[in-house]
Design a protein around this ligand. Structure first.
Ligand code: LMR
Length: 408
């Protein structure tokens, strides 16, 4: 069968990472993948994760047995609380089903698979609407399970902020009952989020259109530095009674990238039979999970669970999150300040207006490629910068290089 298999292109993001690693320049700067780096451009193992690891190592009960199909219950229950709030009626009313997944990618995939199998019974439109732009992987995850993709406008190139009018017009024009993928906070790749007022408008619009929200949350704690506030959009939709799903990643906020810890959550609308519907959904998610991965990986799940179930460690985790988000905010200020000092043509306020891991700089593909070949600075072709790749040593070099390519 290989004769009919065409050569696929390399994944752009991991291809970029490979090119960066192969670059021997001492000046090279990695602004590619969305992974936190400390001020020495090194991966940062969160101190709280080190502590949890120590606890795990000393646990005489720990072994390498299989987890249940739905994963580690002490993780999934706390993961749901983290998103919905500990006193959420949806939890008390048993309207939520949570399944541990292969991080955020696995959660989006499980949700996509579930919708591909069951969303048709509502006779609704099966197209999934994603923001333009969105995390590149969204496109292939949904199309791989046979769900067509359409986009809604999101980024305003002039203001480098939200194209809220464009977004609303597209959601209003989409057929009733469409699946709408929303980034809960710290939008990837733009770093632009709706305001609380705009989220409320989206609630009204999506309710009128009977749209189905599919939240992706990979940066809780990175947007505002506050876990509750970063879950605000999800909580609003749940409080407003929407039936919805959530893909949750612990890769970034725990720094557990390679451990693949995450969860998928289903939330039913309040109704007399909501708990029963939820049990049925959970039973189907278990079937899908079993056929895909049987059961999820245990190590990262235990680390996150230890932290989420201990109030002192939880407080320390919040402190670690503030360290990461605080350093990123500082780098935003420094990059903007240096570009403004240099008088680099254009406006640069969007660098500090945007939030989370990324800044959508507005640099075009030619400029991005020039930065790569001439200055050994690596960012994705759409001009997205992973802010955590900047540090006190390289931010001046990066600003000077951006200044040069913008002037050319
Ligand atoms: C990113 O967008 O850089 C991260 O989410 C990593 C990934 O898997 O794409």
């Amino acid at each position: 069968p290989a004769e009919v298999v065409p050569q696929a292109p390399e994944d752009p993001l991991f291809g970029l990472m490979r090119a960066y690693k192969a670059d021997e320049s001492p000046n090279k700067v990695d602004l590619g993948i969305g992974a936190y780096r400390d001020d020495n451009a090194k991966p940062w193992v969160l101190p709280v994760v080190k502590k949890a690891d120590e606890i795990l190592r000393n646990d005489p009960e720990a072994n390498h047995e299989y987890l249940p199909i739905a994963g580690l219950a002490s993780l999934t229950s706390k993961a749901a609380e983290l998103l919905l709030g500990t006193s959420a009626p949806a939890l008390a009313e048993k309207r939520t089903a949570s399944v541990q997944t292969i991080s955020g990618t696995g959660a989006v995939h499980l949700g996509a698979l579930f919708l591909a199998k069951f969303y048709k019974i509502q006779g609704a439109n099966r197209t999934v609407y994603v923001s333009n732009p969105t995390w590149a992987n969204h496109h292939q995850i949904f199309t791989n399970v046979g769900l067509p993709i359409a986009t809604y406008p999101y980024f305003n190139k002039e203001t480098k902020g939200l194209d809220f009018e464009g977004m609303k017009a597209a959601l209003a024009a989409a057929p009733d009952g469409s699946v709408i993928l929303l980034h809960a906070c710290a939008h990837n790749p733009t770093g632009v989020d709706p305001t609380p007022e705009q989220w409320r408008e989206l609630v009204s619009l999506m309710r009128a259109k009977k749209h189905f929200p599919f939240f992706d949350t990979a940066y809780q704690g990175f947007a505002s530095g506050d876990l509750d506030r970063d879950a605000g959009a999800i909580r609003l939709f749940v409080e407003e009674g929407f039936e919805l799903v959530i893909a949750q990643s612990f890769a970034k906020n725990f720094g557990l990238y390679g451990e693949r810890a995450g969860c998928f959550h289903y939330v039913a609308s309040p109704s007399a039979d909501a708990a029963e519907l939820t049990t049925r959904v959970a039973s189907q998610l278990a079937i899908l999970q079993r056929s895909e991965i049987s059961n999820p990986p245990i190590y990262g799940a235990r680390i996150a669970s230890i932290v989420l179930n201990d109030s002192a460690l939880f407080a320390e985790w919040q402190e670690n999150l503030r360290t990461m988000s605080g350093r990123i905010i500082d780098m935003r200020k420094q990059l903007r300040g240096k570009l403004e000092e240099l008088g680099t043509p254009g406006t640069w306020n969007h660098i500090t207006d945007q939030i989370g891991m990324f800044s959508f700089t507005g640099l075009n593909e030619t400029q991005v490629l020039k930065l790569r070949t001439d200055y050994h600075i690596y960012m994705t072709k759409n001009g997205r910068v992973s802010m955590a790749g900047l540090n006190t040593r390289n931010v001046g070099y990066v600003a000077a290089a951006i200044d040069k390519v913008v002037r050319e």
